[in-house]
Design a protein around this ligand. Structure first.
Ligand code: FE
Ligand code: CA
Length: 534
């Protein structure tokens, strides 16, 4: 299928050739004269690769982090680095071989942020690919690809992207990331659980989180991100596919909600941990340096991306601003648990929020003003109602949108009332594929379908038991498809008149050479919310 809407794309083979040529330490002619004449005698400073993200019509953010000793356990020398900020050179070209350089200048690796670079580039042409690299002393980074968004309102026929979530390093290899790179998407949406702070203690593992401890401090979160970025499949995806990112819980702690820990920690103490986790996320992601720079435990990641007249993506933060999980008290777990209406009336309270009221108002204003044909809401957790029988009664999870039904109702009512064009919610977290109709009233068969939801499975994290959810499907007729047994991602081909979503699965997440196949294909037809089997 033709999907190269961004001009002057090249073959994957050429891209890889460009990336490999840039790997490691190369004495590039002309570099020594301009950059500081630093010789990287120990280690490869660009060991964690490069990434681009946060695209706009005239630019994007370029990321790298200097880490000659990426898993250094000395908290005083993150990545084996010490001393002041490091100034390096960057180049942006219109070809993957970096021969037609259209921009160059200096970029700063900030000591305060583990020597990461967040270079905010502006003034480029809309709707095309660029290639970039960093140069420091005698070292040259791999070459990466970035995109600028097509200008607002410009006609766009076709765009391909992938969405991914839940890559537990201990649970499997990242073959799914490698295969997504091979699909040549324009961008990838990360919907959360990019890292896992945990250490697996019960289930089989294929490789170990290097430090063997739960991440809870700035040095331990940093090393977790560094270890994930050393994975060649993930590093390769970032080099070749621009990223749009949000987070879920495991970037901080399983099932946390705002300042409330699943272990009933003192909220003031937990906010210190959250600040460390958010800072490490910032240090490793291609997010905007002004808007998203963390301020203590606060960090804004919700954002909006508009691709011509075709698609507007609202990226939502479902963790930082939410109300405490309903019925948060022992003997319940502090995190996800199933609750009935009678057993936990708090879950149904109107004042509860998933998004926080500021983000909610921002989302509604954006949706109401959007002129895009398709309006995606990219966020972390399952939105559709999911009734699960517990001791003969209907029960609902407290951690996904089922724990915040009043906010879900306000959102779906807003989508309905403001006649949002082709609303589609994409979600992660549950390590399962779902294809759902989102109804104004899930309890009323006659209630209209107002939006569609697609949930991607995990890249590698183990899925929940299949049978209890499969057996609940007759009680959830708006759920058209569910499967928790396969690992992979969703590949979307979006045209003005149709969205096609292919659920792609790896043969075995425990096999580093796993193959890829299509498991199921669904579609959403323009002007008609709801899932169609393709
Ligand atoms: Fe997960
Ligand atoms: Ca999660």
């Amino acid at each position: 299928m033709q999907h190269r809407i961004f001009s002057k794309r090249v073959s994957r083979r050429q891209l890889i050739a460009g990336a490999v040529a840039g790997l490691g330490t190369v004495a590039a002619p002309g570099v020594m004269r301009i950059a500081a004449a630093k010789s990287w005698r120990t280690g490869i400073p660009f060991s964690l690769g490069v990434a681009s993200g946060a695209p706009r019509s005239d630019g994007f953010v370029l990321w790298t982090r200097l880490a000659p000793e990426p898993l250094s356990s000395n908290p005083e020398t993150p990545g084996g680095m010490s001393g002041a900020d490091v100034t390096m050179r960057y180049e942006i070209a219109t070809d993957p071989g970096m021969t037609k350089i259209v921009r160059h200048g200096s970029a700063t690796a900030e000591q305060a942020f583990a020597y990461s670079v967040h270079l905010d580039v502006a003034g480029l042409q809309p709707g095309r690919s660029y290639w970039y690299r960093f140069l420091s002393g005698d070292a040259v980074s791999p070459t990466g690809r970035a995109i600028t968004l097509p200008s607002l309102g410009s006609a766009l026929r076709n765009v391909r992207f992938g969405f991914v979530s839940c890559s537990n390093y201990e649970h499997g290899y990242f073959s799914a990331y490698r295969h997504l790179t091979g699909e040549d998407p324009e961008f990838v949406l990360f919907l959360g659980d990019y890292i896992y702070e945990t250490i697996e203690q019960y289930r089989p593992i294929v490789r170990r989180h290097s430090d063997g401890i739960e991440a809870a401090t700035l040095p331990t979160y940093r090393n977790r991100y560094a270890q994930y970025r050393l994975d060649p499949d993930l590093q390769g995806l970032h080099a070749q596919v621009p990223a749009i990112v949000t987070w879920d819980d495991h970037e901080v702690q399983n099932d946390y909600a705002n300042k409330w820990s699943q272990y009933f920690d003192d909220p003031a103490q937990f906010l210190i941990r959250r600040a460390a986790a958010y800072q490490a996320f910032y240090e490793h992601m291609p997010v905007r340096p002004i808007v998203s720079r963390p301020n203590g435990p606060l960090m804004r990641i919700y954002d909006r991306f508009t691709f011509g007249d075709l698609i507007e993506i609202s990226v939502i933060d479902g963790r930082q601003y939410r109300s405490r999980e309903a019925c948060y008290a022992p003997p319940n777990k502090g995190g996800s648990h199933l609750e009935t209406n009678a057993g936990c009336p708090e879950r149904l309270e109107a004042g509860r929020t998933m998004m926080g009221f500021g983000q909610e108002a921002w989302l509604y204003a954006g949706l109401a003003h959007s002129k895009a044909r398709w309006n995606l809401i990219a966020q972390d957790v399952l939105m559709a109602q999911l009734r699960i029988k517990r001791d003969g009664s209907d029960a609902f999870s407290t951690d996904d949108w089922n724990g915040y039904p009043a906010n879900r109702q306000r959102l779906l009512q807003h989508i309905h009332d403001s006649k949002v064009s082709n609303p589609v919610v994409i979600s992660g977290d549950i390590h399962s594929f779902f294809a759902n109709d989102l109804k104004l009233d899930f309890d009323d068969q006659a209630s209209p379908v107002v939006a569609t939801e697609l949930v991607g499975t995990s890249i590698s994290s183990y899925g929940p038991p299949y049978d209890p959810i499969a057996q609940a499907l007759p009680d959830n007729p708006h759920v058209h498809f569910f499967d928790s047994r396969r690992r992979g991602y969703v590949l979307v081909d979006l045209l003005p008149e149709q969205m096609q979503a292919r659920m792609r699965v790896v043969s075995d997440a425990h096999d580093p050479k796993a193959t890829i196949a299509t498991f199921k294909t669904f579609a959403v037809e323009g002007g008609r919310p709801g899932i169609v089997e393709a």
